[in-house]
Every structure is written in structure tokens, then in C-alpha cells.
Design a protein around this ligand. Sequence first.
Ligand code: FES
Length: 152
Amino acid sequence: MADLNIILSNYEGKKSDLIPLLQEIQSEFGYISEELMQQVSRFTGVPESEIYGVATFYTQFRFTPKGKKHISVCTGTACHVTGAKQIIEGIERYLNIKEGETTKNGEYSLESVGCLGCCSLAPAAMVNDEIKSKLSLRIINKLFKEYEPSDS
Ligand code: FES
């Protein structure tokens, strides 16, 4: 388990440390919990509401843990021009969450990411470590049916 104090020891606690500090925390803990937010606030002297405001400006930050199946939809150029936005919107509708959120049952979470390095397979996404290629709304629906437990 990551130790916040070790992370904090790399910073001086200045307001300008905020973004790199939040990035490092997210990288270590997977998301920025309320408790972590409070500790960052104490360390930097920046009010929690302000930190939250700054962090929500950047879509890279998460405030909830990732789901068991974490979906990263590529929004790099090749995927963007082949419909990444529609793919994200389709998944949002299907899961009833917004990008950056996790379903209430903790099964799924969704985020957009930069190029996954498989542009010829655009539009592409990853579900955990598995690449899903040439996505369409039809494929997304099929994919979620595969993920549903057979006894439900
Ligand atoms: S732009 Fe999506 S994989 Fe490269």
C-alpha cells in the first residue's frame, strides 16, 4: 500500500505542487479519496473545495475507485475521427455513469485516455488489460452481454 507521507516528502507544500502531487497520489492510490483530499489540503493550505475545483477541471483525476472492469476508451486522433465520442456516450448510456465514474455496484468504471498505440484498430478501448478494437455501438452492446453473469 502506498504511503502518502512518502509522496508528500517529495514536495514543499506549495500551491504550485498541487497538480503533480495529485497526479502522483492518483498513480499510487488509483484515485483521490476524500481523506487524501483532506490531507493534501492540510499539506498545501489550499481549501478542499478549491482542490476539488482544480482537480475536476482535469478529466485525468478520479474520485472513486476503479470498477472491477475498467474501460479506457481511446480519444487519440485516429479513434477520435472514427467515433470515440459516440463510443463513450454509448457506454455512458449503457452503464448509466459519466466518464470518470464507477457504477454503483463497483463492476465498471469508464475513462478516456490518449492513444493506446493501436491506431489501425480504431476506434479502440481497453477493458482492464485487454484491447477491444474497431468498436461500434453494436459491438459495445455485445461486449456487455458477454460480461453479464449467465445466471442473471
Ligand atoms: S488513436 Fe486510438 S489507438 Fe491510437
